[in-house]
Every structure is written in structure tokens, then in C-alpha cells.
Design a protein around this ligand. Sequence first.
Ligand SMILES: [Zn+2]
Length: 223
Amino acid sequence: MILVFFGAPGSGKGTQAHELKKAIKTLSHISTGDLLRQEITSDSAFGRSIKYKIDAGEFITDDIILQLVTDILRKKSKKDIIFDGFPRTLNQAIAFDALLGVENLKVDVVFDFDIDVHELIERISGRYVCQDCGAVYHKKNRKPRIDSVCDQCGGTRFIRRQDDTAQALETRLKIYREQTLPVRDYYKDKGVLKKINASQTAAIVTENIKETLRSAGLMKEGE
Ligand SMILES: [Zn+2]
């Protein structure tokens, strides 16, 4: 089963991937951001060339992303995967289909996380991050278990990302919607695009996703 989680930063893709993995044990969650970081950390020749590009402020091209995805598809023996943040361009989407075709796979469902801009601003403007380990918290929805102490690492220093302001967000969201429209249309034409109202609570969104998978025969009742 190949799923794509498609949506703006802050629309809850990571949270939902985590929830779905609890219900379907064979699922793995792949975000291209994580793939890039892993490759860089591994210090391979490819990783070093990626780091060089990022340090030089160069754009990460479709070729690089596709190479990473090709490698991960080759490595995974169980191919139940949620792709998060990929494909992001029409080129990537078309190339992805070709890659999957080689493995006799296809994209089963693309979940389009649709979120109201005001809701997104509310979510992201309350967000803060542990300076030591990068764990993400929210002043309303996700506080650390012990006040001002990171659940993950025990750190006590927290920061807010500078680009998490309302105006920067509105701009980012507008650009995101324009840029990703061709990808959305591509999957819509294939009949696999499923719009999810991501402004609802996480629990309701999870249930909607599961319901979609059940009616597509990708998940059993009761799972
Ligand atoms: Zn931490």
C-alpha cells in the first residue's frame, strides 16, 4: 500500500502518519526532509554533495529527491509506505509513478490535508521547539508533560521558529497552494485524491483517514 500525505506544513501530516502506523503495523512513514537529513548524516558521497548544495543555498532538485526515493523503495522489503511531503512537483509525481511501476506498485490514496488558513496560523503561531532535540510543542495542544521540560530529552531551552509568523505563513501557504496545484490535479485525474478536512481535531481526522482506507479495501474493519 502506497499512501501520499499531501498538505501544507502544520496541517498535521506527521501526527496522522504516527496514528496510522499504530493501527497498521507494517506501515512506514517517509518524509523527504528526514531522508535528506539521514543521507547527510551518513556522510556518503551523495550525502556530502547534498550538504554542499544546501550550504551553498542551492535548490534541492527533483533528481536528488527521486534518487533518495528510489533508494528507499529498493531497500524496503515491506512496501506499505506513507510518503509525506513527496511528490511535491508534477515532475516528481510522474517519475514516482514510473518508479512504482517497476515494483508493480501504484499510489493507492493521496490524502489532501485541507486546512483553513486561520486555523493554520493559530496552530503554527503557538508552536515552539526544544532547542536541544527539536521536539515540537504547542502552547495549547501539546505542552510538555512537565512544564518547561522537554519530554524527549529533558532539555529546558525552547525556541520559536522565526518564519512562524502570521504574515510569513500566509505567504508560504499561498505559494504552497499555487505550486502544488498541478500535483493535486494530476492525482485528481487519476481518481486517487481524497480531500481531508484537516481543520478538525486530530482524532476525527484519523477516523476519516481510516474510513477512507476501509472503503478502499486497504484496511480491515476494526483496525
Ligand atoms: Zn528536547
